[in-house]
Design a protein around this ligand. Structure first.
Ligand code: HEC
Ligand code: HEC
Length: 289
């Protein structure tokens, strides 16, 4: 727990606060920076980490974080523009296909836990913005180990994604759903069946046990049920997502990306909360961690 707390503290110091009024043209690098430093948070998995699992900010998204689960030992890739060990030789179109469809230029499939099923929803503009930001980062040389999957990967994550448009931010519910997808909230906050597949009928009900250097954490029920967020105010929900502390001030364990989510703009946070309030209220078997 101590280590986990320190990790959180270090991580929070890494991401500078985002000026709320910053202009964000669709597809622009500013938009990419905002998304990467807030709700999308690829760095939560792709930052290089030190021996205690602490993020190393000057190493950028050069990868190496290991995800050990029964069916795999996955290692986050180096996604800095390094020519030899990163994605420096990939074209924008190849990067787009990798992020949204999980297919590398050599046609192999990117495995879990990268949440490709959710990234299929990233809009064309936001994908372009993320790629522009990735390209602008300094290349960092870091050869990471290959992932090992002791399970068959699916043949693909679905048909090719042709074109995706984001809903209008004024349509709070649809835009909040969009943000929750590109932030893959439900990847952790939905229970899984015996085969590790998300039980979509229980969307947002939590109860997933997530192991890591912190021991384990249990994702919470985000539905408007009494065992979920029913009695929480919008302010309490926003505060918990931004600070990584519950409404009584108790710190959460990793791996939720609180250090990034603290930069989520007020409008985007309101949309996310509108989405959470729209989930079907249900109780989960699992308790709180
Ligand atoms: C939950 C953790 C996680 C998140 C979040 C995540 N990734 Fe990954 N990513 C991984 C892992 C693990 C791999 C390696 C998988 C493998 O070896 O098949 C990977 C692989 C990749 C690759 C393939 C690189 C290569 O050289 O093969 C790219 C590109 C990539 N991620 C980009 C991104 C971007 C961009 C985001 C945010 C939009 C993101 N990832 C979010 C865990 C994550
Ligand atoms: C990588 C997994 C993961 C992702 C992604 C994730 N969460 Fe979480 N979240 C957790 C875990 C685990 C906890 C509980 C931590 C604990 O109990 O120490 C939590 C706690 C919360 C809480 C506190 C609720 C309570 O009852 O105390 C809220 C609210 C929340 N998450 C919302 C979100 C939203 C919104 C997103 C997407 C923007 C998100 N989470 C993405 C794993 C995740």
């Amino acid at each position: 727990m101590k280590t986990a707390l320190r990790l959180l503290a270090v991580a929070s110091a890494l991401v500078s606060s985002w000026p709320a009024a910053q202009a964000q043209q669709p597809g622009s690098i500013e938009r990419g920076k905002y998304l990467m430093e807030s709700v999308v948070a690829c760095g939560n998995c792709h930052m290089q980490r030190g021996p205690q699992g602490e993020p190393l900010p000057d190493k950028g998204l050069s990868g190496g974080m290991v995800f050990e689960e029964a069916p795999f030992r996955a290692v986050a890739a180096n996604i800095t523009p390094d020519l030899e060990t990163g994605i420096g030789k990939w074209t924008d179109a190849q990067l787009a296909k990798a992020i949204r469809e999980g297919i590398r230029p050599d046609k192999t499939l990117i495995g879990p836990p990268m949440p490709i099923e959710f990234y299929r929803n990233i809009s064309d503009d936001d994908l372009a913005a993320i790629i522009a930001w990735l390209r602008a980062q300094p290349p960092v040389r870091n050869a990471v180990e290959k992932s090992r999957y002791n399970m068959p990967l699916p043949p693909n994550y679905g048909p090719p994604v042709k074109s995706v448009k984001a809903p209008k931010p004024t349509d709070k519910l649809r835009y909040g759903t969009y943000l929750a997808n590109i932030g893959h909230c439900m990847e952790c906050h939905t229970p899984r069946d015996g085969k590790g597949r998300l039980i979509l009928a229980k969307l947002g009900v939590g109860g997933q046990v997530i192991p890591g250097p912190w021991g384990h954490s249990v994702s919470r029920n985000l539905t408007p049920h009494p065992t979920g967020l029913k009695s929480w105010t919008d302010e309490q929900i926003a505060h918990s997502i931004r600070t990584g502390m519950d409404r009584d001030g108790r710190p959460y364990k990793p791996p939720m990306a609180f250090a990034f989510y603290k930069n989520i703009s007020d409008a985007d946070m309101a949309a996310l909360i509108t989405y959470l309030r729209s989930l079907k209220p249900q109780a989960v078997g699992g308790g709180k961690s």
